[in-house]
Design a protein around this ligand. Structure first.
Ligand SMILES: Cc1cc2nc3c(=O)[nH]c(=O)nc-3n(C[C@H](O)[C@H](O)[C@H](O)COP(=O)(O)O)c2cc1C
Length: 402
């Protein structure tokens, strides 16, 4: 299944490094080309010669090797593979990955890569359960790094608990599923998603904004990608990480968001979850507006922003087959959402009540109503990822019809 796929295997300095030899054997038997990078400390546990003999390929150990750099630079090495695997992954290399350190070949390659990364942690139980390691793992997972969780059992250090390297067949299975993702119901489809707030400048240091966190839109992008869609996410300024497997375009203003959406077309489905500012300041000041003693506060003249949902949903060759808008209201939710559905030529409106007492805007949960020509469907209060998963499922169903 994985024949012809290329794996870059990074072996770091843990007692379980010997199991990397078995993993190489399994990968070779599955038809994968394996290239190894061995950390300096990893070299205390296995020799480059063993890795080379089993992988039948050159082993890289040194960032500053003139020969290696001229044959295959470290940047090229980081991108020539289909997948990077760190097995075993020490507490140290995981911490370096989380912090973005690049002080040897392995960590530099991991920072420079644009390919998926899988880690198989292995360490003493106390090291694994240490809050620092757990926080690093959380950071890495949020960034889309895939993990083969360590097993529980007796350890080389005579302690017992979680931290043992997963067995090589289990690591191989994780590698195979990453190299050969099962085609999802949205495979071959392109989805455009907007997320987050927009920032509309008043002057170089001030802006108009809203409380949107981007959580719902980002979760929808991730859910659509998980069903196999190619997803373009156009995101306003947010403080959350990029969803895995999604192409992200970052913008600030509504006008930039519309331009990025138009540039992303054609798309089969577009979901407009961003909380776009309805107005912007007519002429943003080129310099910071100064407070003058005794002077009246400056008057801001607002002008309407482009209506992104209406612009993309307008009839035309570029209109996505399914256009989903969001209505965030604090009063008359259903009436406003119904009016928006027809006024903007959307196929569905996802309506949610963002009154402060609901805690929805910026919060972790959402209660939505789906409005369409077929009627209204109300979903219970759910975590935003669950709302996203359900919505992605409905989108897949709708696109599979005709
Ligand atoms: C005998 C021995 C076994 C070790 N086993 C592990 C281990 O299983 N996991 C781990 O995270 N660190 C282990 N360490 C500590 C790492 O080798 C050390 O943190 C090193 O800096 C890791 O370097 P690297 O991540 O660049 O390979 C071990 C150290 C020794 C001396």
């Amino acid at each position: 299944m994985s024949a012809g796929k290329r794996v870059l295997l990074i072996v770091s300095g843990g007692i379980a490094a010997y199991k990397a030899l078995e993993l190489i054997r399994l990968l070779r038997r599955a038809g994968c080309a394996v290239t190894c990078v061995l950390t300096e400390n990893g070299g205390q546990f296995v020799t480059p010669l063993s890795l080379q003999a089993l992988s039948e390929s050159k082993v890289y150990t040194d960032l500053f090797s003139l020969t290696d750099e001229s044959e295959m630079g470290h940047i090229q090495l980081s991108r020539a593979a289909d997948l990077l695997v760190v097995a075993p992954a020490t507490a140290n290399i995981l911490a370096k990955m989380a912090a973005g350190l690049a002080d040897d070949l392995a960590s530099t390659v991991l920072l420079a890569t644009d390919k998926p990364v899988l880690v198989a942690p292995a360490m003493n139980v106390r090291m694994w359960l240490h809050p620092a390691t757990q926080a690093n793992m959380k950071t890495l997972e949020q960034r889309g790094v895939q993990v083969v969780q360590p097993g529980e059992g007796a350890m080389a250090c005579n302690e017992f608990g979680p931290g043992r390297l997963a067995e090589p067949p289990e690591i191989l299975a994780a590698i195979e599923s990453l190299l050969n993702p099962a085609p999802g119901p949205l495979s071959g489809r392109h989805a455009l998603v907007t997320s987050g707030p927009t920032h509309e400048p008043i002057d170089p240091v001030r802006y108009l904004a809203n409380r949107s966190s981007g959580r719902q839109g980002h979760a929808i992008a991730a859910a659509l990608a998980a069903l196999g869609a190619r997803v373009t996410l156009v995101s306003g300024p947010v403080a959350i990480g990029d969803p895995p497997g999604v192409e992200v375009h970052r913008v600030e203003t509504a006008e930039q968001m519309l331009a990025a959406c138009r540039a992303a077309l054609p798309a089969d489905v577009a979901v407009f979850a961003a909380a776009v500012a309805d107005w912007r300041v007519d002429h943003a000041a080129a310099q910071k507006i100064k407070k003058q003693p005794g002077a009246a506060p400056p008057a801001l003249t607002l002008v309407p922003n482009p209506d992104i949902l209406a612009a993309i949903a307008a009839p035309g060759a570029q209109r996505p087959r399914l256009v989903v808008g969001f209505a965030a209201e604090t009063a008359d939710l259903m009436a406003n959402a119904q009016a928006k559905l027809t006024r903007k030529n959307a196929d569905w409106i996802v309506a949610n009540d963002v009154s402060p007492e609901t805690g929805i805007m910026g919060g972790a949960e959402n209660a939505v109503h789906i409005l369409s020509a077929a009627g209204v469907e109300s979903w219970p209060l759910l975590p935003k990822q669950a709302v996203a998963d359900r919505l992605a499922g409905r989108i897949a169903e709708a696109l599979s019809r005709d």
